[in-house]
Write a protein that binds this ligand. Structure first.
Ligand code: ADP
Length: 485
């Protein structure tokens, strides 16, 4: 019989996305189906989600879910089951999933996502007629309370249920003041260092990590890094105390969405055998970004504009990038000061540096298909997806050696070049000088076309589909079910 897994998250492609979390949650059901897992995804009913699912049947109702009425709607996500928590008091708002259009977090995020977790725990614990699950899988702090409620306040008659807490980014923890605790509807026992309490307040992520049967994060290197204060963001002690209950499973990419041979967003599709055609995408991209066409490399960035992503360091390196004959096309949104910094760099280097602010999925595909190299100078990177898309599209990744970037890119050092396995460029320590040196290496390699082609081909041949990681999650679920009494 198939294992039934409830995957709970605040985002899922193609319904709602602010980052890599959505790509992963949206891809997991397909990735797991060949391994005997039937995955149901549960997301909040934001306006865009309700619009996307159209008319849907309500299979359960809560007269008051932490204070607001709510319904559970049954829909489909491709070939898989999708459940949507329709709670207008929490989710029927403009702006983004977590804040208003000016980027300010909603003040009641704690209640919105506690309610989401409460509903998921009821569902996982068998309180919704006709729905039974073998494993509860929660992603990030917005879903973490599902695991905490399952542990501390399960619905009546619920059987023990194994759970997986996946951390997509330790920097986002869902920490709130102690005044929120009484409204969460948890027993007093949950107010402890082994429950939701964290430095005198409440931490949703920490609560999920304490209560979960297993913690995973999205690359083996990040799983090791978060044992250390520099990356653990205060939760390194908890990670250490969970010992071998912490695993790293690297993300895959959805090869139906990200395949240069079939991608409808590209001016020209291409593949390993038709790599020459790629130049047409480069020319189209130059025109789209109003960059001077020339024979030098075109660097791209597709990123949240945030300190984590090392974008301030890239700004320091822009003049060097242009000075050595590179051009730069940036697509990003986020920090206003960084946006202004990139606009200033573009004004300083017309025809050489160009910036698009905002979020544009199709443009991100055209950039991967036409850029020569993608820059990912992150200070920390749990997995990172843009370097994986770059590998698949022959857009050579230039990355900081951290987290998933360290695990997925093979640096073009002499040994790797000679062995024919290099897929990109890595550099140590996110500083302007390290990034400038990496850019210089990239430009030098680019001007040796045979070597550059070999690096592109190696990346395109590498398998970052979900095959391997889908099996790793399936094995994990099977282990947990066997362990559970
Ligand atoms: P994170 O989740 O930390 O933002 P990831 O690399 O894991 O970083 O995932 C980012 C995802 O969001 C990728 O799919 C990337 O292509 C996409 N993305 C980021 N910024 C933009 C943007 N401005 N427009 C379109 N897609 C973007």
């Amino acid at each position: 019989m198939k294992l039934r897994v409830l995957s709970v998250a605040s985002e899922a492609v193609p319904l709602v996305k602010t980052g890599g979390l959505a790509d992963v949650v949206g891809a997991l059901p397909d990735a797991l189906a060949p391994h005997g897992v039937a995955m149901t995804v549960m997301v909040p009913g934001y306006p865009a989600v309700l619009k996307a699912i159209g008319k849907a049947r309500a299979i359960h109702a809560w007269p008051s879910l932490l204070g607001e009425p709510a319904r559970l709607l049954a829909a489909r996500l491709g070939e898989h089951a999708l459940l949507v928590l329709d709670a207008p008091g929490y989710f029927a708002r403009g702006g983004g999933p977590y804040g208003d259009s000016a980027g300010h977090d909603w003040a009641d995020n704690w209640r919105r996502f506690a309610a989401f977790g409460r509903a998921a725990a009821d569902l996982a614990g068998g309180a919704v007629k006709g729905k039974r699950f073998d494993v509860l899988h929660a992603h990030d702090w917005q879903a973490a309370m599902a695991i905490a409620y399952t542990r501390f306040a399960p619905p009546p008659q619920a059987a023990p249920l194994p759970s997986v807490m996946t951390i997509h980014n330790m920097a986002f923890q869902g920490n709130f003041g102690p005044e929120t605790f009484p409204a969460l509807g948890l027993p007093d026992a949950a107010w402890s260092i082994h429950g939701v309490e964290y430095h005198g307040g409440v931490s949703f992520l920490k609560a999920g990590m304490e209560a979960a049967s297993m913690i995973t994060t999205v690359s083996p290197t990040y799983a090791a890094e978060i044992r250390d204060a520099q990356f653990g963001m205060g939760l390194e002690g908890l990670i250490l105390s969970r010992g071998d209950r912490v695993r790293g499973i690297v993300n895959g990419i959805d090869t139906a969405q990200w395949n240069p041979e079939t991608d409808p967003a590209l001016a020209t599709t291409f593949g390993l055998r038709k790599l020459d055609r790629r130049i047409r995408n480069k020319r189209a991209l130059e025109a789209e970004f109003a960059l001077e066409p020339d024979e030098g490399p075109l660097f791209i960035v597709i990123s949240r504009l945030a300190w984590q992503k090392g974008m301030d360091v890239l700004l320091e390196a822009v003049d060097h990038l242009v000075g050595i004959g590179g051009r730069l096309a940036v697509l990003g949104s986020g920090d206003a000061a960084l946006e202004a910094g990139f606009h200033a760099a573009a004004a300083r280097h017309p025809g050489r540096v160009s910036v698009r602010t905002g979020y544009d999925e199709a443009l991100s595909h055209r950039m991967q298909g036409g850029g020569d190299a993608i820059l990912v100078p992150s200070r920390f990177e749990p997995c990172g997806l843009t370097q994986l898309y770059g590998l698949a599209y022959g857009c050579v990744p230039v990355v900081a050696r951290t987290g998933g970037l360290a695990d997925t890119v093979i640096d073009a050092n002499l040994a790797a070049l000679q062995a024919g396995v290099a897929t990109g460029i890595q550099f140590d320590g996110v500083s302007a000088s390290a990034l400038c040196a990496a850019l210089s290496r990239a430009v030098a390699l680019y001007h040796r076309p045979e070597q550059w082609r070999a690096i592109q081909r190696n990346g395109m041949k590498a398998d970052f589909s979900w095959n391997r990681s889908g099996k790793a999650y399936a094995d994990l679920y099977a282990q947990l079910v066997t362990e559970t009494p």
